[in-house]
Design a binder for this molecule. Structure first.
Ligand code: NFS
Length: 666
């Protein structure tokens, strides 16, 4: 990987160069100027009270350094880390709370622009929550489901509803180590309490609360959010779309939705198809209205409507610099305030829409679910009205790639056996036979501190070459999408022979786009289903599966990494460790967590080492499960050429269609 480049996206890099020529500063320049403080970066700076900030540094800092109150380095590092998890969890969960409120308002008829779209999913969820659904009006069921979800936020005692969705053995581990979350809000508040000056000082105890908060995020906030979004807007199934800056059109009104929430964006999608609006756009000289997305809001409408994406986190300023965006609406999370200043150099209007998030200098059009359509129309109209102000200024870079997105748990199950035989059997069998070596969740942010999206791209190619199936979410998906990696052809060109065979048989790309960052919860339900299917591990821990967030930057990513670790998945994050100053804390998060939960959280900046570590975890899990040893090149084309027996075997298996990969090798 070329370390001199700022972004590994070819058109992104061209826009950055255009910006340098025109003296326009972006996060890439600011990242160069603003070096991270090494004390804070490694978790050694304590600023929880005003006797400090205390910096616990020095040769024997771990043994000798103390804050004014006497706090040790491991206490400080663990406390800082727990606060990161709490912040990340609060972001996902607050999003989930709003989704639950919208579901409730839709069910009671107060939010007239929303309705229950996926009744089947509603019933499935009702069933899990033990809510009677047969013979009842759909909206009554939806109301009960919404209320049950809302209970999860404020519950003071007991267990989160969705904890029981995990494999029994996984739940047992959580109970044994006392990390089953009660209510989501309660766990976040308790984390903030415990990390106050003078409360909890035991690093292991603090980090256990970290896992409890993280589980409230994964099996609470994120999972609740994904489920409600499916109920309201439909469970995703594969759709074709496009990615990168070429999605903007020179002759149409370009409106972009950026952030994380799908509600307003869904209504905007609808409004952009309204013939009256299209007529209005034409009256302003445009040929039509072109809607695009950025970051996770993009992923939400990409996988449900095929709306194209301009990419992930580091592409937001670059998108404005194309000069082609007439209006950019933002809701919450991962929005760089820099886009407002930047937009003044172009004609782009930045519109903030959330009650919770304002940026000085932006236009604020507040979203309110009871008047969703009215607000969406206002925003689309603002974009149209701004079209005549477009100038020639901008990089006008156009390059785009086709992609397939929208692999939900339900669809993955369906694609492996059709409507009547839907199951995870073929995937489990392919793993058992060694055609698929293992599964990696490639997720998390993209980051200007490394050649942005470059680590995702490197790992994606190397993993599929090694017959590892990738499930991707969030900006990990955006990185793969803007590189042209999310197509079935990718399997033919780059996947190892075993994985290629499986992808060809089912007709899927080797990298499955599972959705937004909250949809990491879909990975939890997939591994749970794999555990239930049998033949691999009977809990999440011990599966040949690893999570990687090579370019993470957000506290939300930390919360996600921790819920995977607590659930039993070894996780590898890129960059310097935010607890690197403390060996004790590092040891707890790697060795101790692995002993207790079969998951771990590592930080490793070197992408080659990340890859080696992931493959090592996968191979060790295969060994523990006594699965056939993975042999590179054993399956696929090489075998077809060998002899008739091999040909017959291939004919009877992979090429016989979806059911074919059912037959495990013996
Ligand atoms: Ni998730 Fe990172 Fe942000 Fe979404 Fe992208 S940066 S942790 S993927 S947009 S949340």
């Amino acid at each position: 990987m070329d370390k001199a480049i700022k972004s590994a996206g070819t058109s992104a890099e061209q826009i950055i160069e255009w910006g340098t020529e025109h003296k326009i500063e972006t996060c890439f320049d600011r990242a160069e100027k603003m070096k991270p403080c090494p004390i804070g970066e490694s978790g050694a700076c304590c600023r929880v009270c005003h006797m400090g900030p205390c910096r616990l540094v020095g040769k024997n800092a771990e043994e000798e350094a103390r804050g004014v109150c006497g706090a040790t380095l491991s206490t400080v590092a663990a406390r800082n880390f727990l606060r990161m998890i709490a912040a990340g969890t609060s972001a996902h969960s607050d999003h989930a709370r709003d989704m639950a409120m919208t579901l409730l308002s839709a069910a009671t008829g107060e939010a007239k622009d929303f309705k229950i779209t996926d009744v089947k999913k509603l019933y499935r969820v009702a069933d899990i929550l033990q809510i009677e659904f047969e013979g009842r009006p759909v909206n009554d069921v939806a109301k009960d489901v919404a209320l049950k979800f809302i209970e999860d936020f404020g519950r003071q005692k007991g267990e989160l509803n969705y904890i029981k969705r995990a494999p029994k053995k996984t739940q047992d581990r959580w109970r044994k180590w006392g990390i089953v979350p009660r209510g989501i809000d309660r766990e976040v508040v308790e984390a903030m309490h415990r990390t106050n000056i003078g409360v909890d000082h035991d690093p292991d105890h603090l980090l256990s609360q970290g896992l409890r908060v993280a589980l409230a995020d994964g099996w609470g906030g994120c999972m609740v959010s994904s489920d409600i979004t499916d109920i309201l807007f439909g469970t995703p199934h594969p759709v074709k779309a496009e990615a990168s800056f070429g999605i903007f059109k020179e002759d149409e009104v370009n409106l972009v939705v950026h952030g994380h929430e799908p509600t307003l964006a869904e209504i905007i999608v609808d409004v952009t198809y309204d013939p009256k609006m299209i007529e209005y756009a034409k009256s302003k000289g445009a040929k039509g209205i072109n809607l695009g997305g950025m970051c996770c809001t993009a992923n939400e409408i990409l996988m449900r409507h095929g709306i194209p994406t301009a990419g992930g986190f580091t592409n937001q300023e670059l998108g404005v610099m194309t000069g082609l965006i007439d209006a950019l609406t933002v809701d919450v999370q991962c929005i760089m305030p820099a886009i407002v200043e930047l937009s003044k150099k172009f004609h782009t209007k930045i519109i903030t829409t959330s009650k919770k998030a304002m940026i000085p200098g932006a236009v604020h059009v507040e979203y309110e679910e009871h008047h969703a359509r009215e607000i969406a129309e206002k925003i689309v109209k603002m974009a149209i009205d701004n079209f005549p102000n477009r100038t020639k200024k901008g990089s006008h870079i156009t390059e785009k790639f086709p992609l397939i997105a929208g692999f939900s748990h339900e669809y993955i199950e369906y694609m492996q056996g059709g409507r009547w035989r839907a199951s995870f059997r073929p995937l489990n069998d392919a793993i058992m036979a060694g055609r698929v070596r293992g599964v990696v969740g490639l997720a998390g942010c993209d980051n200007p501190r490394v050649p942005s999206t470059g680590l995702h791209k490197y790992l994606a190619i190397e993993l599929i070459k090694n017959d590892v199936l990738i499930v991707s979410t969030g900006c990990g998906s955006a990185a793969c999408g803007t590189a042209g990696y999310l197509t079935p052809e990718m399997a033919l060109e780059n996947a190892g022979p075993g994985l290629r065979e499986v992808c060809e048989a089912i007709g899927i790309p080797p990298i499955l786009h599972l959705g937004a960052c909250v949809d990491n919860s879909r990975i939890l339900t997939i591994v749970t289903a794999m555990a239930a299917e049998g033949g691999l591990s009977d809990e999440i821990g011990g599966m040949p599966a690893v999570g990687i967030a090579p370019e993470w930057m957000s506290e939300k990513a930390i919360a996600i990494g921790c819920y995977f670790a607590a659930s039993g998945v070894p996780v590898i994050f890129g960059g310097e460790s935010p607890v690197g100053a403390s060996n004790e804390v590092t040891k707890i998060m790697t060795e101790v967590w692995f002993e207790r939960f079969m998951g771990a959280l590592h930080f490793e900046p070197d992408p080659e080492k990340m890859l080696a570590m992931a493959l090592d975890y996968i191979d060790k899990a295969r060994e523990m499960l006594k699965l056939r040893k993975y042999e590179p090149g054993k399956f696929g084309a090489e075998r077809v050429l060998m002899d008739m027996a091999a040909r017959r075997e291939i004919k009877g298996s992979a090429h016989a269609g979806v059911g074919g990969i059912n037959e495990s090798e013996s």
